[in-house]
Design a protein around this ligand. Sequence first.
Ligand SMILES: [Zn+2]
Length: 114
Amino acid sequence: MSKAFHLPSKEKLLVLQKNDRWRNWKTLDDQRRCILCDQTFSGREVIVTPNRSGKPILHCPTPDCVSTPREWVHLGDPLTEDDAWRDWLRTLDEPGATTSPLYDVLPKSNATHA
Ligand SMILES: [Zn+2]
């Protein structure tokens, strides 16, 4: 792995905000859960390395975990918290897929006119 950037807090937050286009980082204390390694971490722990052209790339802090910010969800129960739920949908909503398996386990919204 390339050598990690050592960024001042303020700059690191900006890097997170700019390079994680799926979720909004408000502070470096914001927490995310990586759905690949199932670990929780804060923005401070995110590892930033430069790619070949020098662009910062965000990495899960777990050694050898290959996730990207796309696989990082807000903490919370997706079945009860809208933010967490939307996160899971975004994560599972691969381009080209018309449905995700999780859609099927949700109760269908009741659209009958009572
Ligand atoms: Zn991970």
